[in-house]
Design a protein around this ligand. Structure first.
Ligand SMILES: [Zn+2]
Ligand SMILES: [Zn+2]
Length: 172
């Protein structure tokens, strides 16, 4: 989804604000894929300021996927917001000042929204901060009941050795 800033015909001090429907592909957090939905769409606000355009992209986000600890279904609400600047003239602006999502005054709204969503997510998505997860030995969901397995004793030397072997074991 793209917005051309020139099409908005804003004069200095003027603002354009509009909400668009937008679908985003799943994002991957900790190696697991999560569905993203923007129930109220994405709001794009453009301010014509001295030297260029300030572009603000914001959305309420719903994230669906498994809890990283117990694999239970999680629905997480977050707020994604990101601001980008598009100078009207290249003079005086370095490469790092240029938004990666704006080229030739055309704004990649989906690209900004996607980055904002990723930045708004925690590094691990869990059903509850106190989730106990699954027993690593028998797989019991420890939020439901204790399983009676002895606490896992990890032998450091064996753990190291396993890392050195090829996947699938010796000779694989
Ligand atoms: Zn959980
Ligand atoms: Zn167990």
């Amino acid at each position: 989804m793209y917005v051309d800033l020139n099409d908005l015909a804003l004069r200095p001090g003027q603002r354009h604000e509009r909400t668009y429907a937008l679908e985003l592909a799943p994002v991957v957090v900790g190696g697991v894929s999560y569905q993203i939905s923007l129930p109220a769409g994405v709001t794009v606000a453009v301010d014509r300021v001295a030297g260029g355009f300030l572009v603000m992209v914001a959305a309420d986000v719903k994230v669906y996927g498994p809890c990283a600890r117990c694999l239970d279904e999680v629905a997480l609400d977050t707020r994604a917001e990101q601001q980008e600047f598009a100078p009207t003239t290249k003079d005086g602006w370095g490469e790092s000042d240029q938004s990666a999502f704006i080229s030739g005054m055309v704004v990649d709204v989906a690209g900004i929204a996607r980055e904002a969503v990723v930045l708004s997510l925690p590094s691990q998505i869990v059903c509850s901060p106190s989730c106990l997860g699954l027993c690593p030995q028998c797989g019991q969901d420890l939020n439901e009941k204790q399983c009676g397995c002895a606490p896992a004793e990890v032998d450091e030397r064996w753990g190291r050795l396993k890392d050195l072997l090829p996947p699938g074991g010796p000779g694989a």
